[in-house]
Design a protein around this ligand. Structure first.
Ligand SMILES: [Zn+2]
Length: 125
C-alpha cells in the first residue's frame, strides 16, 4: 500500500524496506507526527510572545539590579562614598554648632560690656 509522509511528503514505494509505520525518507513515525502548521498556530503568535519576552527581559534586569545592590553596598567605592557623606554631614553639624557657639559668645561679650559699663563709669576709666 502507498503512504505519503505527512512531514516530508515522501510517498513510500513497495521497494522501501522501512517498517510500514515509519517514513523511509525522514524516519518519522506516521502516527506520532504532529503537523507543523497546527503547532505553529499554538506556540508562535508573534504579538503574544513578544510582549512576555520584553517583560521577562525587564524582570531579568530588575533581578540583576537587586542582586547587584549587595555588591555595590559592599564595594570600596560605596564605602568611600558613604564615609564622605558621613564626614560631610558631621562637618556641617560641627560648623553649625560652632556658629551657634560664636553667636552665643558674641551675645556674652555684649552682655559683659553692658555689665562692666557702670563699673567703668564709676571708676572713670
Ligand atoms: Zn518523511
Amino acid at each position: 500500500m502507498e503512504k505519503t509522509c505527512p512531514k516530508c511528503n515522501y510517498t513510500r514505494k513497495s521497494t522501501d524496506y522501512a517498517p510500514d509505520y515509519e517514513c523511509p525518507s525522514c524516519g518519522v513515525i506516521y502516527s506520532k507526527f504532529v503537523p507543523r502548521d497546527t503547532t505553529k498556530q499554538v506556540t508562535a503568535v508573534p504579538s503574544v510572545s513578544s510582549v512576555p519576552r520584553r517583560k521577562v527581559l525587564i524582570i531579568a534586569i530588575v533581578i540583576i539590579a537587586i542582586a547587584g545592590i549587595p555588591f555595590l553596598v559592599g564595594s570600596k567605592w560605596f564605602r568611600n562614598w558613604k564615609e564622605a557623606v558621613v564626614v560631610t554631614l558631621q562637618r556641617q553639624e560641627l560648623e553649625a554648632k560652632r556658629r551657634v557657639a560664636i553667636e552665643q559668645y558674641k551675645v556674652d561679650i555684649e552682655q559683659y560690656k553692658v555689665d562692666i559699663e557702670p563699673i567703668q563709669q564709676f571708676l572713670d576709666l
